[in-house]
Structures are given as structure tokens and as C-alpha cells.
Design a protein around this ligand. Structure first.
Ligand code: ATP
Ligand code: MG
Length: 314
């Protein structure tokens, strides 16, 4: 397989800022975030609750407007105003799977309608028969029976509902999927099934994923690269193995120290690191986003970045 750096960049997020509330007194949920996702990879975005992960995912599907910056997909700008044709194309190419399958499905609609909804979008003309066939295919692609189309969401378990959410995302045959904590609300016993389903679909269809998660242990084995976000700012980005081998930013180190160890003795002896944002002195030396070794980016001021560079060479 070619190295990530030689592959095509499918999604490019450049210096984006997302804010909410009044223009005069905005709350900046995403400060200045940049990353690229290569064709066919799974890119993890990890951080604590409220750090801005969903906000970034929603910016990618164009549900959150940008206050600054730009997002490009397959080389074309998709943020800001688009023509009707571009808009339809991007809607088809980029889909999202949501965190809570209990909340994200319309309870009053039948599964068939929920899954088919994308087919009713403007500019799409399907016959009733075509829609039924596409729904049946989407359901069977995610391991559900086509008959389920005539039932209601409440008749299904959490795992099945998440499969319905995935079928809905797949029906337009997208290239890119934002998976926003797709397994966090599920029972531990069925998490692996949903992860395997996503991995299988990726392999079959060459899908590219932005995979959002709370903790690093979930993304370690499924993501090619991982970005760590803290309070609206990505603080570190590296290949999964690289990040686990050489976590540089103190917030990443704290997140890693929180992962439970399988060995009870190591677990008991483990020192839990606490991240204190006040450890950075950014008053005279402002932080920037820099590549400290190939493919490994960290957010820090000149002094911190020097330290990170030395740490990776050591
Ligand atoms: N529509 C909105 N209006 C106002 N504030 C919002 C809106 N959406 C998100 N926020 C705020 O932006 C910040 C980031 O929220 P976001 O949902 O992106 O966090 P998250 O990292 O996805 O958290 P979680 O892990 O809990 O899902 C939070 O402080 C949140 O309250
Ligand atoms: Mg979220």
C-alpha cells in the first residue's frame, strides 16, 4: 500500500473556525483547525466532551457554516456558497452516521422511509420500485432483512438501529463518511460487530472515514491517523502507531494515561496524568501548528516545539 503522504487528499480542512451565538459575542467552538484526510483512510478525531468534534463533523457535511477557513473535497471548495449541482454532488458524496441511534432516527417514520430519505432530495428522480430496491439493498448491505423496511425504529435493538443509520448513510453511495461516535451508545458486546461492519464496507467500497471518538483506545486499532482535539484546537496529529509510541503534547499524554491497562499490576501502579492548560505560557511566544517529524504535527510555542523535536530524535 502506498504511504499516506503519497496518496490523494480527499478532504482538506484548512484553518477552519466555527462559532455560535451572537456575532457581537460569539462562542468559538472550533478555533483554527487544519487537517487532511487521504482517500481510503480512517482518520480518528479524539477529544473530551465539548471539545468540538461534532462541530467539525457537521462543518464537513456543511451543517455548520464556517466563520473562517475553507473545506475542500476532491480538490473542490465545498464550504461557502455552492451551485445547485455542486450542492447535490456533495450531499451524495459526504454522509454522516450519528452517535446515538436512539435519537437520530425519526420514530414516526418507517425504516423504509428513513433509509430512503436521501433518494427524495431535489434533483433525484426514482420510481417507487427503484426506491424499494435500493432500500432493500442498503438494508441487506448492513446485515438487515429487507422486510424490516415496513417496521418502525422502536422495534429494533441499539445495534440494529445503528445499522439502519448506516444503511441510510449508504443509500446514495457516498465516498466519505463522518462517523460521529458510532459505537459509544451501544452495548459493549455489539460494538465490535458495528466496527467490523464499517471496516467491511470500507474495504468493499473504498470508503474514507472521519471517525470521531471520546477515547484513544477505540481509535487505536481502526484508524490510520489520529488527531487529538482540546477545546476547539487540534493539539496533535500523527499516525496511530506514532501517536501511541511518541505522544508529545501534554493533553495527548494525559488521554493516553487514562486508557486502562489489561494487566492489573501495571494498572494499579499507573500514574494518571492530569492536563492543566495553564502549563503553557503563550503570552510572549504564541503557539503554532508544526510538523515535528514526518507526518507528526503538534500545537505549541517555539520553546515547546523545540522540546518536541528533540524528544522525537532521542
Ligand atoms: N448549535 C450550537 N449552538 C451553540 N453552541 C453549540 C452548538 N453546537 C455545539 N455547541 C457548543 O460547541 C462546543 C463543542 O460542541 P461539540 O458538540 O462539537 O462537542 P463534542 O466534542 O462533539 O462533544 P461530545 O463528545 O459531548 O459529543 C460545546 O461547548 C457546545 O456546547
Ligand atoms: Mg459530539
Amino acid at each position: 500500500m502506498p504511504k499516506a503522504t503519497e496518496r490523494e487528499k480527499l478532504l482538506e480542512v484548512e484553518h477552519i473556525k466555527v462559532q455560535f451565538g451572537k456575532k457581537s459575542k460569539p462562542f468559538v467552538a472550533v478555533k483554527d483547525v487544519s487537517f487532511s484526510i487521504y482517500q481510503g483512510e480512517t482518520f480518528g478525531l479524539v477529544g473530551e466532551s465539548g471539545s468540538g468534534k461534532t462541530t467539525i463533523g457537521r462543518a464537513v457535511i456543511r451543517a455548520n457554516p464556517l466563520a473562517a477557513g475553507e473545506i475542500r473535497f476532491a480538490g473542490q471548495r465545498i464550504s461557502g456558497r455552492l451551485t445547485k449541482e455542486q450542492d447535490q454532488q456533495v450531499t451524495q458524496d459526504i454522509q454522516m452516521i450519528f452517535q446515538d441511534p436512539m435519537d437520530s432516527l425519526n420514530e414516526r417514520a418507517k425504516v423504509g422511509y428513513i433509509v430512503a430519505e436521501g433518494l427524495y432530495a431535489p434533483g433525484r428522480h426514482y420510481t417507487e420500485e427503484q426506491r424499494r430496491e435500493l432500500v432493500a439493498k442498503a438494508l441487506s448491505d448492513v446485515g438487515l432483512l429487507p422486510e424490516f423496511a415496513s417496521r418502525f425504529p422502536h422495534e429494533f435493538s441499539g445495534g440494529q438501529r445503528q445499522r439502519i443509520g448506516i444503511a441510510r448513510a449508504l443509500i446514495l453511495n457516498p465516498k466519505f463518511i463522518v462517523a460521529d461516535e458510532p459505537i459509544s451508545a451501544l452495548d459493549v458486546s455489539i460494538r465490535a460487530q458495528v466496527l467490523n461492519l464499517l471496516a467491511g464496507l470500507q474495504k468493499e467500497r473504498g470508503l474514507t472515514y472521519l471517525f470521531i471518538a471520546h477515547d484513544l483506545s477505540v481509535v487505536r486499532f481502526i484508524c490510520d491517523r489520529i488527531a487529538v482535539i482540546h477545546r476547539g484546537q487540534i493539539v496533535e496529529l500523527a499516525g496511530s502507531e506514532q501517536l501511541f509510541a511518541h505522544p508529545l503534547h501534554p493533553y495527548t499524554q494525559a488521554l493516553l494515561s487514562a486508557i486502562p491497562q489489561p494487566d492489573p499490576i501495571t494498572e494499579r501502579k499507573k500514574k494518571l496524568l492530569v492536563y492543566d492548560p495553564a502549563c503553557h505560557d503563550y503570552t510572549t511566544d504564541a503557539p503554532t501548528w508544526q510538523e515535528v517529524e514526518p507526518g507528526h504535527f503538534v500545537y505549541g510555542n517555539t520553546k515547546e516545539l523545540d522540546g518536541y523535536r528533540k524528544a522525537v530524535q532521542a
